[in-house]
Design a binder for this molecule. Structure first.
Ligand code: BDP
Length: 656
């Protein structure tokens, strides 16, 4: 037994080195400056700050157990021992003890728990709604930059995230320039003590785009040598570099198919370059095939035939749903179609399709539902597209930090309930101590109901992809863009006509249900057994058809849009009632965002019901509020924002 350290932690004096520009994330109130750079020093410093009156022994006992796991035991008189096979386990055990002193043994559910940043070298963040990127590429790092990265690392380590991909999957070839590799090495040095490995997204055509070769054909020996050399260069600076994330042959990005090769040819070529260094390739399955197959079938069609062809250090990264991070999607059938391939699941923490950083949408309920369904076939990594920027609140909406938090907690332990995670977050990050339990209960209920509320007022009953073009904020079920791919347009997805609405994906339609393993295949294909939340995802249903709820489809649609609006108003009331227990600045910030959310919810309801009612030739049932404006008014709304922006309350006021 190697006894790393035994400290009376109260004696450890720590200086706070936080720079003015960096706020600690909300669930970690203090700023830690470890004496040394090592993982154990961080664990000690966190414990000293977090529970100064306790004695905690950190015991490192190398064995074959998971190096990230730990055991917490109580040794009486408020003293504890954390035992782990490696420093990483001691670090995770220390954060776990700070959250909850119950004696227990834990180990992560999967080995790779990573954030994917969609950050560009110019500082913009694709689908990021919290300011600019925290990563800098073209200017020397300042102390403040480094401190931001340390605080980011702490936040991640405290919830078990152990890997980060620094840049956008729509990757600039510059990422593999020597200048950028040196900067990635600086970041890796800052993150390593927190047990976080660095990866980068790479552009498949880098050998050509950086001007070194005139091809990027993965079977060309010169191209293979280029990648081998590049890997050697990277590993000489970052010995524990994680590897490459690749978006290939999707949305205009280059890939092996440009050279008549397969995804497996491309991924394996990179895998061979990384393998001697223990690196891996994460190859995304988010593709658009050139065929006109149902959009929901394309990833499966392209990847299922390649099962078993990928090298062991390739992981295929699959989005949770078959289309694209919609407010509510059934799980992707690809998870069970690749039994001989390593897989990672990709979730989106940033709220591209969920009201950006204006709306409260706590995503743990959606993720844990997905984890339950997709776990059956299993995967060994989990990725979350980050919602982090240089905004003082990190995620702009203070409660959106809960999604970062929940992502880490669920990646570590898939069985945690959304309710438990919400409660933990509220206690750690939202209310002042002591808050009455009724307040914690009502805020927890608000959080756990929030995602489904957004689904109700945006896209109930399995409707999907009826957003505004480009920026994806606000409703545009009527959207037409001359020359655009059919499967980028809302009408392709909702298929509303005078008779009914919804996409027939049963055997009588596109037969996307046929890609599912049982029991989902039969469940989804059966119009009467299909869960109502996916009804219009899988079925084209007549407006007057009765549903199990006792309402017709049209009535149910109206009911759910209205229910979503009412839920949003309820959140506002809950939040206002919690005012005495929340720090005033945070309270005001969230209150203003909830106001915007309520008004957006009404906009979604009114615009969508006006549009679908017009197609169906239906009036709103008795007792429903009439839309504030005509359908024509909603059709003319144009926010004029980019894919990197969240609309301001002022801009939104101007369209009400
Ligand atoms: C879509 C986003 C786009 C991403 C793409 C992807 O709109 O910005 O580049 O996914 O995941 O949801 O590659």
């Amino acid at each position: 037994m190697r006894h790393l350290t035994l400290l009376t932690l109260a004696c450890l004096a720590l200086a706070s080195m936080a720079s003015a520009s960096t706020s600690p994330v909300r669930w970690l109130h203090h700023t830690v400056a470890p004496a040394g750079d090592a993982t154990v020093a961080i664990a000690e410093a966190e414990l000293a700050q977090g529970i100064p009156s306790a004695t905690v022994s950190l015991v490192c006992k190398p064995d074959d157990a998971n190096p990230e796991g730990f055991t917490i035991s109580s040794t009486g008189n408020g003293s504890f021992t954390i035992e782990a096979p490696a420093p990483a386990g001691l670090l995770y055990g220390s954060y776990a003890l700070l959250r909850d002193t119950t004696p227990r043994t834990e180990a992560p559910a999967c080995s790779l728990r990573m954030l994917n940043h969609w950050d560009n070298p110019d500082g913009t963040v694709e689908r990021g709604y919290a300011g600019r990127s925290i990563w800098k590429w073209d200017s020397p790092l300042t102390d403040a930059d480094r401190e931001t990265v340390r605080q980011y690392a702490r936040a991640n380590a405290s919830v078990g995230i152990n890997c980060t991909v620094l840049n956008n999957v729509n990757a600039s070839p510059r990422m593999l320039s020597s200048q950028f590799i040196k900067r990635a090495a600086e970041y890796a040095d800052l993150l390593r003590p927190y047990n976080i490995r660095v990866m980068v997204s790479v552009n498949f055509a880098s050998p050509r785009a950086l001007g070194d070769l005139d091809t990027a054909d993965p079977l060309d020996p010169a191209v293979q040598k280029w990648w081998n050399d590049k890997a050697d260069e990277i590993y000489s600076l970052i010995p524990d570099f994680g590897g490459f994330l690749v978006k290939a042959n999707s949305e205009g990005e280059p890939g092996p198919m440009d050279f008549g090769r397969t995804h497996a040819d491309g991924a394996n070529m990179m895998a061979r370059a990384l393998q001697p260094h223990n690196g891996r390739v994460i190859w995304r399955s988010f593709v658009y095939s050139p065929s006109d197959a149902d959009r929901a079938k394309q990833a499966y069609n392209e990847f299922q035939p390649l099962d078993g062809q990928f090298l062991p250090n390739v992981m295929v990264q699959i989005k949770n749903g078959p289309i694209d991070f919609q407010p509510r999607e059934p799980h992707s059938p690809l998870f069970s179609a690749l039994p001989n391939t390593e897989k990672t699941a990709e979730l989106q923490i940033t709220q591209e399709y969920l009201g950006h950083s204006n709306h409260l949408a706590f995503l743990a309920p959606m993720w844990s539902e997905f984890l339950e369904a997709a776990l059956i076939p299993g995967f060994s990594g989990i990725a979350g597209v980050a919602n982090i920027g240089d905004h003082p609140e990190w995620t702009a909406h203070p409660l959106a930090q809960a999604n970062w938090y929940a992502f880490g907690r669920l990646a570590w332990d898939h069985s945690l309930t959304p309710e438990a995670i919400a409660r933990e977050f509220i206690r750690l990050a939202v209310v002042k101590d002591p808050a009455p339990s009724e307040v914690i209960d009502s805020l927890t209920a608000m959080m756990t109901a929030s995602h489904e509320a957004v689904v109700d007022y945006m896209m109930p009953l399995g409707l999907h992809h009826i957003f505004a073009w480009g920026h994806h904020y606000g409703p545009q079920p009527w959207c037409e863009v001359p020359g655009a791919r059919e499967d980028w347009l809302p009408r392709y997805y909702h298929r509303a006509d005078s008779k009914g609405v919804g996409f027939d994906r049963t055997p009588s339609g596109s037969n996307a249900t046929g890609q599912y393993a049982e029991p989902y295949r039969s469940l989804y294909a059966d119009r009467h057994a299909c869960p109502p939340e996916y009804l219009l995802w899988f079925h084209h249903v007549g407006w007057d058809e009765p549903l199990s709820t006792g309402r017709t489809l049209w009535e149910e649609l109206c009911h759910r849009y209205q229910r979503g609006v009412e839920k949003a108003h309820g959140f506002e009331e809950t939040w206002i009632a919690a005012a005495p227990y929340v720090e005033p600045a945070m309270h005001a910030d969230v209150a203003a965002r909830l106001r915007t959310q309520c008004r957006d919810a009404e906009w979604w309801r009114d615009a969508c019901l006006a549009y679908f009612g017009d197609i169906a030739g239906k009036q709103l049932p008795e007792g429903y509020p009439k839309p504030a404006h005509t359908l024509d008014h909603y059709r003319k709304i144009d926010l004029g924002i980019t894919n990197y922006e969240c609309p301001s309350p002022q801009l939104l006021d101007s369209i009400r």
